[in-house]
Design a protein around this ligand. Structure first.
Ligand SMILES: [Mg+2]
Length: 229
């Protein structure tokens, strides 16, 4: 009897050890780097993102609820709303680093998932009259698969606007100006008041000032997997 229990115990420990080890390795048994593992496996990343979205809603709900359709929030997509960690795992497994071709292929697979907390926050914004503008450096030619991916994730609304990148010169600050001034791609809609910005990189935000303040109406998400540091 004791021997049986001992063997069962060993089996359980063995299984736990295996699952502990498996989650740290990719399909070819190479150990996934810490940055990707932190995003994909840690409860800390999950909690942190949910915490940021919760704080954002707690701080912004009143102003959003009393604002009209001449206002918007501006959200980056990748690693702010959409989780592309699987692309990073795939790159690692094939010994590649980021390149526009493989990235475009990934975008066209439409398999991005959601950053924790994003859907709940976006659902809350839908209850208000405020527009959401997705301002992303995904290429404009990939708008269709991006929209399909977001539709599948049930975060798309017919009023959503997309300001994706046309070319290298089409920097984010140029598109932010178009929103504020109602020019270029925003000329049909007219100028909108931006109530908040969301992103995972410094270039997703204007310079802070008396109105735009990190932690108040600008929210930065953690992304240790890539960026310009
Ligand atoms: Mg991003």
């Amino acid at each position: 009897m004791h021997k049986k229990l001992f063997l069962i115990g060993l089996l359980i420990i063995g299984c736990e050890k295996n699952s502990e080890t498996d989650k740290n390795y990719d399909s070819s048994q190479k150990k996934i780097p810490n940055d990707i593992r932190w995003v994909t496996k840690s409860s800390e990343y999950d909690i942190l993102c949910q915490q940021i979205y919760k704080n954002a809603w707690d701080n912004l709900s009143k102003i959003l609820q009393k604002s009209d359709s001449n206002s918007c929030i501006v959200m980056d997509l990748d690693e702010t709303v959409l989780d592309n960690s699987q692309y990073q795992i795939d790159l690692f497994a094939s010994n590649e680093s980021y390149n526009p071709e493989s990235w475009s292929k990934w975008v066209n697979l439409k398999q991005a998932k959601l950053v924790p907390g994003a859907k709940k926050f976006i659902d809350n914004v839908r209850e208000t009259d405020v527009n959401i503008i997705f301002l992303s450096n995904r290429m404009a030619k990939n708008q269709e698969p991006t929209i399909k991916n977001m539709k599948d994730l049930e975060i798309l609304h017919s009023n959503d606007m997309f300001l994706l990148r046309i070319d290298k010169e089409d920097k984010k600050h140029i598109r932010r100006e178009e929103i504020i001034n109602g020019t270029g791609r925003m000329s049909q809609k007219g100028p909108l008041k931006v109530l908040a910005y969301f992103g995972d990189a410094r270039h997703d935000f204007p310079d802070p000032n008396d109105y735009f303040i990190f932690g108040h109406n600008m929210y930065m998400f953690p992304n240790p997997m890539y960026g310009k540091w």
